[in-house]
Ligand binder design. Structure first.
Ligand code: AMP
Ligand code: ZN
Length: 114
């Protein structure tokens, strides 16, 4: 997707602080972190929102969730707790239309969110 910010990060056209990468998934630090850990786990294939998923995507979504847990574990926040969130469309405040799993932790997190 030519105008997609996260596709540009994947293509190394825009810099990011990458913390993990394999053939299917990339993870990088959020530019506006909401906690001591705030990593975005992103599939390399462009998918705009959760509403665009098909059964063919079950594998990549599973990899994203497992990667979120692995990153939390590496950062020492898995046992204490962390949040993993997909924002979808306007009411959830989605601003980048390439799905990404926010992994936020390192501080107590209020619930419900705003
Ligand atoms: P969302 O609002 O769920 O679409 O989340 C988009 C996230 O991308 C926000 O938390 C932004 O801070 C983050 N973001 C925007 N631009 C960049 C960038 N260049 N590098 C890293 N994170 C970014
Ligand atoms: Zn994209």
């Amino acid at each position: 997707m030519p105008d997609c910010l996260f596709c540009k990060i994947i293509a190394r056209e825009i810099p990011a602080s990458i913390v993990y990468e394999d053939d299917r998934v990339i993870a990088f630090n959020d530019i506006n972190p909401q906690g001591p850990t705030h990593v975005l786990v992103v599939p390399k294939r462009h998918i705009a929102t959760l509403n665009d998923l098909s059964t063919a995507d079950d594998g990549i979504v599973g990899e994203m969730v497992r990667r979120a847990a692995a990153i939390a574990s590496e950062r020492g926040i898995a046992t204490g707790g962390f949040r993993a969130v997909f924002n979808t469309n306007r009411d959830a405040g989605q601003t980048v239309f390439h799905i990404h799993l926010h992994v936020i932790g390192g501080r107590p997190l209020a619930w419900p969110p705003g």
